[in-house]
Design a protein around this ligand. Structure first.
Ligand code: HSE
Length: 438
């Protein structure tokens, strides 16, 4: 049988990695797929740019339309990134009857619902394993490996850049900006690094994971998103003193009231495996009712780890090229007509525990005022530390851990605490999750 012909949109870090892996592992890939796989056509913005791959035998163009309109190309691999040109090209490829493989989380999180509907109608597949957690096959694990479970919740470190920054701040006491520059130089950060630092990249990925876990349409706009730019070295150190690590987590949980979908810095007990996932590594903890907790760990970015997922998707598509579209694994794990309309909860309706830090005048009655405000809102304190004022200052840092409470109660309590004359500035609030198996 002839080799399946693949067209690439984008020949940057991941595109080059995919070409290299397909060539290097051609023999095993052919044995797995049942047919050879050949990249025949590729579009790149600048053809003179040095490449991290051998492009011999590939027709190169600067016009992605040539690839999606090439009648010989059966699978289009979209690695352009962003959600404008990439979206147009993916829609054109689908309209032309081509299968699509993409690593583009923004595209799937924002336009996945319409893209999958178009693909369904045209009888083609859109595979997107590389969109979440790079080389970790987390989409396949949830969609197929855990298909017998009710997924109760999942929590993931799904942005390598953010995790690298928090790890360096903790281990080496480095400054935020300095570490971010290094992550950019290492090629992990997004083109716009605010996507990493402000949690947008993680929110794209969480949106996708939640849909696959719970069978809900993709709802990026409903995902609560908070980044790590306000985390200080002090908070990292105080968390450690209390037995916790601060991680930037994406959390999705099914509760009686609806679905929690939230990305924010989170204190996790340091004894949890996921609390010890450091540097640019990613990890996703998934709780299924039958299987219990399962943890998936690996490289979340980089040329070949991401290419690993892209190539696996290409192989998957090749394996089912001739199968009846009705009998394929559904894009979002659940049959499209069976997606549920369970609401995504507003953050105010979410219940969690909290780490609070405030700068207080070191005088009688201040702590009593703070604890009265918390008590009035039904907020119970689990632990409390007061630090001695710095030399020459009469203000002390008070750090508290609370029990679980509705976010709206905490919001009101924080407003009240900040109005106390003995409290300076804003109260720092970081959510706490124990990630227990129950
Ligand atoms: N900027 C992303 C990260 C790359 O740091 O994890 C992979 O999506």
């Amino acid at each position: 049988m002839d080799a399946v012909k693949v067209g690439l949109l984008g020949l940057g870090t991941v595109g080059g990695g995919a070409v290299t892996v397909l060539k290097r592992n051609a023999e095993e890939i052919t044995r797995r797929a049942g047919r050879g796989i050949q990249v025949t056509h590729a579009a790149a913005r600048d053809l003179d740019k040095p490449r991290n791959c051998d492009t011999t035998g590939i027709t190169l163009t600067t016009d992605p339309n040539e690839v999606v309109n090439d009648p010989d190309v059966q699978i289009v691999v979209e690695l352009i990134g962003g959600d404008t040109l990439a979206c147009d090209m993916v829609k054109k490829a689908i309209a032309n009857g081509k299968h699509v493989v993409t690593a583009n989380k923004a595209l799937i999180a924002k336009y996945g619902n319409e893209i999958f509907a178009a693909a369904q109608e045209r009888g083609v597949m859109v595979a997107f394993e590389a969109a979440v957690a790079g080389g970790i096959p987390i989409i396949k694990a949830i969609r197929e490996g855990l298909a017998g479970n009710q997924i109760q919740w999942l929590a993931g470190i799904i942005n390598g850049t953010g995790n690298f920054i928090l790890t360096e701040m903790r281990d080496k006491g480095r400054d935020f900006a300095d570490v971010l520059t290094e992550a950019q130089e290492l090629g992990y950060a997004e083109a716009d690094p605010t996507f990493d630092v402000e949690g947008i990249d993680a929110a794209h990925k969480l949106t996708i994971l939640a849909s696959i876990a719970f069978g809900i349409p993709l709802q990026f706009e409903a995902t609560y998103t908070e980044g790590i730019s306000n985390i200080t070295r002090e908070d990292v150190a105080y968390a450690e003193e209390l037995g916790y690590r601060i991680k930037h987590l994406g959390l999705a949980r099914q509760s009686d009231k609806g679905i929690e979908l939230r990305v924010h810095p989170t204190l996790i007990p340091e004894r949890r495996l996921i609390a010890n996932v450091d540097g640019v590594m990613n990890a996703v903890l998934v709780m299924g009712d039958a299987v219990g907790p399962t943890l998936y760990y690996g490289a979340g970015a980089g040329a070949e780890p991401t290419a690993s997922a892209v190539v696996a998707d290409i192989i998957d598509v090749v394996r089912v090229l001739t199968s009846d579209p009705e009998n394929r694994v559904p894009h979002l794990a659940f049959q499209p007509q069976s997606l549920s309309n369970v609401p995504v909860l507003d953050m105010a309706e979410v219940e969690t525990a909290y780490y609070l830090r405030m700068l207080a005048e070191d005088k009688p009655g201040v702590l009593a005022d703070v604890t009265r405000i918390l008590g009035d809102r039904g907020i119970s304190i689990e632990a409390i530390i007061q630090k001695e004022p710095q030399p020459g200052s009469d203000k002390a840092n008070i750090i508290m851990l609370t029990h679980r409470i509705l976010e709206q109660n905490m919001n009101q309590a924080i407003v009240d605490i900040e109005t106390l004359s003995a409290i300076s500035g804003k109260v720092t609030r970081i959510r706490v999750e124990t990630l227990n198996a129950d």
